[in-house]
Ligand binder design. Structure first.
Ligand code: ASP
Length: 324
């Protein structure tokens, strides 16, 4: 055991396929996510036998059903453990569907100087060949690495940065990509080979506590809707949103449009988006292309997402509105 392995790790469980159970071992899609306790997952990973570890079940959900209250509970537990000097890093087990959103929220809010490593699986724990145990083992290797910092996603031996990672395949066991930015590195036999620097971190301390407080004091994120521009997009959806105000519903604060190509938007949709802007709604355009980013240019009709994917641009705008 080296010095780093002697340091304490925290593993937080939130559910997902990594904790999924199917009735048949050869059923890789008809399972129920979020069934197996994170303590059972940890018990399957030999690397953790040599390492002092605290294990907590923060949630037990299918991550497609992610809600603010789970993010709040998770962010609060992550921040509390980051503050413990004996903790080297944190591993979070999570579903693959929204792992990129949770990673983005945690990185944007906390910018932790210690590693916060999210991991997952594409096959349930009961599968003939579950991928969860190896992914968890790799995540532990990353969390214990002396230079590791920031929020990353580890899956299929690849290390992805929170700002770049996206789920790009619904079935294969290596379902994530980091687009043009590329992977941060890889894990081979519990050793890391890095290609790029770790995500940006706060320069001192363990995390950014001020931003976390802004998330903890609300019961809902500012309402930011996400829509596509596409052939025939006529803006009716925008007008419906603007006129829809049932009692108790949150006022519409923002719209993110996944535009065609370089963030272009159908003329008819653009008219409606300009009406939304005139009513005080923030509008941001991202690209619906799987790779690349909107290349900004003078005179573009809408502000762009600065390279963020549509789902991350939605969160960035909601978090920004939270602080305004
Ligand atoms: N629906 C599952 C989830 O995101 C998928 C997975 O974990 O792969 O929780």
């Amino acid at each position: 055991m080296n010095d780093n392995q002697a340091r304490r790790l925290v593993v937080l469980g939130t559910g997902g396929t990594i904790a999924g159970r199917a009735t048949q071992a050869n059923d890789n899609v008809g399972y129920v996510a979020g069934q197996v306790a994170v303590s059972e997952l940890v018990a399957m990973v030999p690397i953790l036998a040599d390492c002092p570890v605290d294990v907590e079940q923060v949630a037990q959900i299918n991550s497609k059903d992610m809600v603010l209250s789970v993010w709040q509970a998770l962010a609060q537990r992550v921040a509390a453990h980051l503050d413990r000097p004996e903790v080297a890093g944190i591993v979070i087990t999570h579903g693959t569907d929204t792992i990129e959103e949770t990673a983005f929220v945690l990185q944007t809010l906390l910018m932790p100087s210690k590693p916060v490593v999210l991991t997952c699986a594409m096959r349930p724990a009961t599968a003939l060949v579950p991928d969860g145990p190896q992914n968890l083992s790799d995540a532990v290797a990353v969390a214990l690495h002396p230079q590791a910092s920031g929020v990353v996603v580890v899956c299929a031996g690849r290390i992805h940065g929170a700002l770049d990672v996206a789920k790009v395949h619904p079935y294969r066991t290596d379902p994530f990509g980091s687009g043009d930015a590329g992977d941060l590195g890889c894990v081979e036999e519990a050793r890391l080979r890095m290609f790029r620097p770790w995500p940006q971190a706060v320069s001192r301390g363990t995390h950014d506590a001020a931003r976390l407080r802004s998330l903890m004091r609300v019961t809902a994120l500012p309402r930011v809707e996400l829509m596509f521009s596409h052939a025939g997009a006529d803006g009716e959806m925008v007008r419906a949103l603007l006129s829809h105000s049932p009692a108790g519903a949150q006022r519409l604060r923002g719209i993110v449009v996944a535009g065609t190509g370089n963030g272009t938007v159908h003329d008819d949709l653009l008219i409606a988006l300009k009406q939304a802007q005139a009513r005080g709604v923030d509008v941001v355009v991202a690209s619906r292309c799987a790779q690349g980013r909107v290349v900004p240019h003078p005179g573009q009709p809408l502000p762009d997402s600065a390279g963020l994917s549509p789902v991350k641009a939605r969160l960035a705008l909601a978090l920004q509105l939270l602080e305004s």
